[in-house]
Ligand binder design. Structure first.
Ligand SMILES: NC(=O)c1ccc[n+]([C@@H]2O[C@H](COP(=O)([O-])OP(=O)(O)OC[C@H]3O[C@@H](n4cnc5c(N)ncnc54)[C@H](OP(=O)(O)O)[C@@H]3O)[C@@H](O)[C@H]2O)c1
Length: 367
């Protein structure tokens, strides 16, 4: 009996471009810390899947704070893997070159610019002016770095002006809040389809989520902070997390996307840095527990303003149910009013953040 041909149909992944025209995607990665290295590892590992989609993703450059490596044909995957797992340093590569800062790096890049190149910013630099300049030069920008998007409003406007020119290159920043969670793409889709965003509330700090969850389980606040530091969840100086600035930055990016003209200094922030606050929090946790409730460090964005700080929530509520460093965003809109849209998942960590960056990069070429 002849074989049934339907049983032999094989599905090929849908190509991003015409099958006969392999698409070259040149990428320059600025920053090779935790997120940068995870990104390089993911790109090397995704090579077969990219090839099946006719994408030739070339990491043509990698920069640290004082040197960079540029190879027009693409840095070989073996070098990407070695840089990612720390067995070889980019600065020790025979073709590595020094640079004198981001402006100097941009000049060096301009001299070697490639059509359609994308800059991936995985530094924590205050480089809003560079983002505007990179876009002006015609380069796509993908960033996990929150600082440019939370720069004073005139510098933010300069980026957005470049972004909204006709035929402007792409500017994507999904990984700046919620790591790989689809927050900004969701908000953008809602706005584009005529929905009205009423409020966004979120538990947006993996570090503070871990600390508050430990306190709920009976740990003292100071001990929970020490444990978070030991596990590598905090910034080197935990006060950077406890001051609430990181949460305020994420809230401000959301607010600006919703049309707010606020600056970082306008965000009402409850800092957890002063010593007395820690003792006070131990008492507040006990008081909340006596009422069957608990505490969370939350961000709230609405027409009433942007606020970040400690809030008492029901243990059975969505925020009360969060465990450890999980993030949650609750988005209320005209369409999602009676039941808000909830996005929940790991919102920190190099792997998921790099995956958010990688997905942003691929989306530029998916359209
Ligand atoms: N880790 C997370 O879970 C997470 C989540 C969401 C967003 N993010 C954001 O992602 C970004 C990267 O985080 P990370 O944890 O990877 O930071 P990191 O480990 O501290 O790495 C930062 C990198 O930036 C490089 N750098 C600093 N100044 C530079 C300059 N002027 N020019 C070129 N490179 C420069 C450093 O170079 P050297 O190697 O030469 O020192 C380093 O490789 C940050 O903005 C962070 O807020 C992180």
């Amino acid at each position: 009996m002849p074989a049934d041909p339907r049983r032999h149909v094989s599905f090929k992944p849908f190509p991003l471009s015409l099958p006969e025209r392999k698409r070259i995607v040149p990428v320059f990665v600025v920053g090779k810390g935790n997120v940068g290295r995870a990104f390089l590892r993911q790109v090397a590992a995704a090579r077969p899947a990219l090839a099946a989609r006719d994408v030739d993703l070339r990491v043509v450059g990698i920069a640290g704070r004082s040197s960079f490596l540029f190879l027009r044909a693409g840095i070989p995957d073996a070098v990407l893997r070695a840089a990612a797992d720390g067995t070889a340093r980019i600065e020790d590569h025979p073709r590595a070159e020094p640079h004198g800062g981001l402006a100097d790096l941009a000049a060096a890049l301009a001299a070697r610019a490639m059509d359609g190149q994308t800059i991936v910013d995985v530094t924590a630099e205050d480089d809003a002016d560079q983002h505007a300049a990179w876009l002006r030069a015609g380069w796509n920008v993908v960033t996990a770095n929150k600082k440019p998007l939370t720069a004073p409003i005139d510098r933010y406007d300069a980026i957005m002006a470049e972004r909204s020119r006709p035929w402007s290159p792409a500017y994507r920043f999904e990984a700046t809040a919620g790591a790989g969670l689809p927050i900004f793409s969701t908000l953008r889709d809602m706005a584009a389809t005529g929905d009205r965003i009423i409020s966004v509330n979120g538990a947006v700090s993996g570090t503070l989520g871990f600390i508050f969850s430990a306190c709920e389980d009976g740990a003292r606040f100071a001990d929970a902070v020490a444990e978070a530091k030991r596990l590598g969840y905090t910034e080197p100086d935990p006060r950077d997390d406890l001051a609430g600035t990181d949460v305020a930055r994420k809230a401000l990016i959301v607010a600006r996307l919703m049309g707010s003209r606020l600056d970082l200094g306008d965000v009402a922030v409850e800092s957890l840095v002063p010593d007395r606050v820690r003792e006070d929090l131990d008492r507040r946790f006990l008081d909340a527990a006596a009422r069957g409730r608990t505490l969370r460090y939350l961000a709230s964005v609405s027409a009433d303003g942007v606020r970040v700080g400690v809030e008492e929530v029901g243990r059975e509520s969505p925020f009360g149910g969060l465990k450890g460093p999980e993030n949650m965003f609750v988005i209320r809109t005209a369409r999602y009013d009676a039941a808000p849209l909830v996005i929940r998942g790991p919102g920190a960590g190099a792997e998921v953040t790099a995956a958010g960056v990688f997905a942003d990069l691929l989306r530029i070429f998916d359209t």
